[in-house]
Design a protein around this ligand. Structure first.
Ligand code: ZN
Ligand code: ZN
Length: 205
């Protein structure tokens, strides 16, 4: 398995790539801000969003339509995929968001399967109502805009809540494992390092 990071001008997209039993290169896209051309060499079997802001899902429709797959996002995030006042498209991409019709709505703790890999869904609201992190094979944590290296996501946007974010951070702080954290913006970090700063961020909220 390989994880490819695509740093677009808007956010970080990730492609999880592995071969199926027939040696076809299959892929899962996390946060479809990247261009369709960048994944055409793969059989994209799932398209996941950490949340529904336009800087993370601006190319979701192109990719989902091409591969005839739904966009996966948390059930509380469906409104962001449908309503530009929530996904901030006019602010982020200066045009209406091209909407994906077929949404696959996720629940907290749901487990998704990609070949012989597992992706666990953690509902981590605060930055948005239905922000999630995806934990791949109990090792790689795609953290979206909930936590970054040396920062946390904004909580002053439509549907954001600093109180809810504080609760999310408190829950995360209780998790005793270390993971490689691949955030929605900026550089990779470790869950240990994120946890180290958690109390500091909670005091600022
Ligand atoms: Zn965001
Ligand atoms: Zn973002």
């Amino acid at each position: 398995m390989k994880i490819k990071t695509v740093k677009t001008s808007l956010s970080n997209s990730y492609i999880i790539i592995d071969k199926d039993q027939n040696d076809n290169l299959c892929a899962v896209v996390i946060d479809p801000a990247l261009e369709l051309e960048e994944v055409l060499e793969f059989d994209v079997v799932m398209c996941l969003a950490t949340h529904g802001h336009a800087d993370h899902i601006n190319n979701a429709k192109l990719i989902c339509d091409h591969y005839q797959i739904p966009l996966f996002l948390h059930k509380d995030e469906a409104i962001y995929a449908k309503d530009d006042s929530f996904n901030l498209s006019h602010y982020v991409i200066q045009r209406p968001l091209a909407k994906v019709k077929d949404l696959n709505l996720l629940e907290d703790n749901q487990e998704l399967t990609f070949l012989n890999h597992t992706l666990k869904v953690w509902h981590t609201p605060g930055h948005t109502k239905g922000s999630v992190m995806y934990l791949l094979d109990n090792h790689y944590l795609f953290s979206g805009d909930t936590v970054f290296k040396d920062a946390i996501g904004r909580t002053d946007l439509p549907g954001s809540s600093s109180k809810v974010m504080s609760n999310t951070l408190a829950k995360l702080a209780e998790i005793d494992s270390d993971y490689k954290v691949l955030p929605g913006h900026g550089m990779v970090t470790s869950f240990k390092e994120v946890k180290h700063q958690m109390e500091y961020w909670r005091r600022l909220l």
